[in-house]
Ligand binder design. Structure first.
Ligand code: FRU
Length: 488
């Protein structure tokens, strides 16, 4: 007999709240996903089901702060236009009374969408994390309880830190990765497999954060194969700085599986910016691997007091492995929303200059900077007499600094960050042209350096009136510029 499942009072309350307080598109970015209302962190359950891409997210509708975690829900068919669906799950069951933490989604054997998430239960002082299942029943996600109990893990593995299941189907069986804290206190990535999403076999440790080299605990880890290379993508908590590659704090990084023979020793930064954490990927039908991340960071707690949403996702990015490294680019669907554009070739920039018609806060701008007759080239974004986001290329030192000191914030969060430009085949020395693409969407800038060999993501909440763009060189820089407004 079919059970008549009715959403719990807690889920109904969340849905009622989001219906009554749903924010209007004008107060949001144009194409980056924000919460229906309130707080958002990690992307969850990125999946394709019933002809649409589904994205769930860590969600607390009632405030702009993190709170008992629900899963928000949105769908899209182009990764850029999002439609909100009612909140999917709430922390309303004994196995998730503290929160429904991050997880994945996959089509179940019977063809329904299944959510696999971390149920956090117990009391705030004494929590347990287990992996749980909820399955779409046509009107709601029906909770099926715990499917991997932390108690079943080997001796010494933490019961408090065991979370963030990511599930894929290989045509024969389901595979899960989840993070856990090992007996030495460091993060590790575990593997599980299943035929039915209910019974899971523990398959061992995929990677371990030896000597706490990359953070302490790990979060939101997954394994994937791109262009024949196996790689891990992991978010590390509490990293210490490593040269100019990693800053202190929480970071997402990646590592090729065949470079991890002797422990986890060769991680590379996935994004050098202030606001990029907790990634999730999806392989789509045409073979592309699309990744997005929470465009925020636990350490950067700031936003204008009047803003009724907190947290946004990055633009979904296509991943590719070339030249032994990962490249990222915004999904190609974005190209369709470019206007005719303004194009300049061999424009000689010296001093501070602007280009007629080049301004705005929703745009796509690609620059190629050539010549050796300058040291510093600066691109000014969200610029006015009062505000500025500066992208500063130091050609001689091969570094890029992003300075958001003048973004209008009133909290003292990191505002200046510098990273080294890596040598890649398309840019080997300081004499070679630098290619940089900037995607701006009202409250963020995403930089793709040398066709996505390195990226930098920054959120900022500068008033929208500051929409100037300026170009500045301390010598003469030869600039090729392709500027497009994005009309979405
Ligand atoms: C990462 C994270 C996850 C956890 C979730 C809780 O940002 O800490 O490990 O599942 O956020 O909201």
């Amino acid at each position: 007999m079919k059970r008549n499942i009715v959403a719990s009072p807690m889920l109904q309350e969340a849905r009622k709240y989001e219906r009554e307080h749903m924010l209007s598109p004008e107060v949001r970015p144009a194409f980056h996903l924000t919460p229906a209302v309130g707080w958002m962190n990690d992307p969850n359950g990125f999946s394709f089901y019933n002809g649409e891409y589904h994205l769930f997210y860590q969600y607390f509708p009632f405030d702009v702060k993190w709170g008992p975690m629900h899963w928000g829900h949105a769908v899209t068919d182009d990764f850029l236009h999002w439609k909100y669906l009612p909140a999917a799950i709430a922390p309303d069951a004994p196995e998730d009374n503290i929160g429904c933490f991050s997880g994945g989604a996959v089509t179940a054997p019977d063809g329904r969408l299944a959510l696999i998430y971390t149920g956090v239960s117990g009391t705030d002082e004494d929590v347990t994390q287990n992996q749980c299942l909820a399955v779409w029943n046509g009107s709601d996600y029906e909770k099926k309880g715990v499917v991997i109990d932390g108690m079943s893990l080997p001796e010494g593995f933490s019961r408090k830190d065991f979370r963030d299941p990511k599930v894929t189907w290989d045509g024969r069986r389901y595979h899960m990765t989840a993070v856990s804290r090992a007996a030495d206190g460091c993060g590790q990535m575990l593997r599980f497999s299943s035929m039915d999403l209910v019974h899971w076999n523990y398959e061992g440790i995929a990677a371990h954060n030896k000597d706490a080299r990359y953070g302490i605990m790990w979060e939101c880890a997954e394994e994937l194969r791109i262009s024949g290379r196996d790689l891990f993508i992991i978010s590390g908590q509490n990293m210490h700085a490593i040269g100019k590659e990693f800053f202190a704090g929480d970071h997402a990084f990646y590592c090729f599986a065949d470079e991890t023979k002797d422990g986890f020793v060769h991680a590379r930064n996935l994004d050098y910016g202030f606001d990029f954490y907790a990634t999730q990927t999806l392989r789509i039908e045409d073979g592309r691997v699309v990744m997005l991340a929470w465009m925020h960071n636990w350490d950067n707690e700031f936003q204008p007091v009047s803003q009724e949403w907190n947290g946004q996702m990055t633009v979904p990015r296509e991943l590719e492995v070339r030249n032994g490294r990962l490249y990222q680019r915004p999904v190609r669907e974005l190209d369709a929303f470019r206007n005719a554009g303004i194009h300049r070739q061999g424009w000689r920039v010296s001093g501070l200059q602007s280009l007629a018609g080049v301004s705005g806060r929703v745009l796509d701008l690609a620059l190629t900077l050539s010549g050796t007759d300058y040291q510093i080239f600066t691109l000014h974004l969200a610029h006015s007499s009062e505000f500025d986001i500066a992208v500063i290329y130091d050609r001689c030192h091969q570094s890029i600094t992003v300075d958001r000191t003048l973004d209008g914030a009133i909290r003292d969060v990191p505002t200046v960050r510098t990273f080294s430009v890596h040598s890649v085949p398309e840019h080997q020395t300081s004499a070679d042209p630098l290619h940089i693409r900037v995607v701006l969407d009202r409250y963020s800038a995403e930089l793709f350096v040398n066709r996505g060999a390195q990226t930098f993501t920054a959120a900022f909440y500068t008033p929208l009136e500051a929409d100037g763009i300026a170009f500045e060189s301390d010598g003469v820089t030869d600039v090729d510029a392709d500027f497009y407004r994005l009309d979405l």
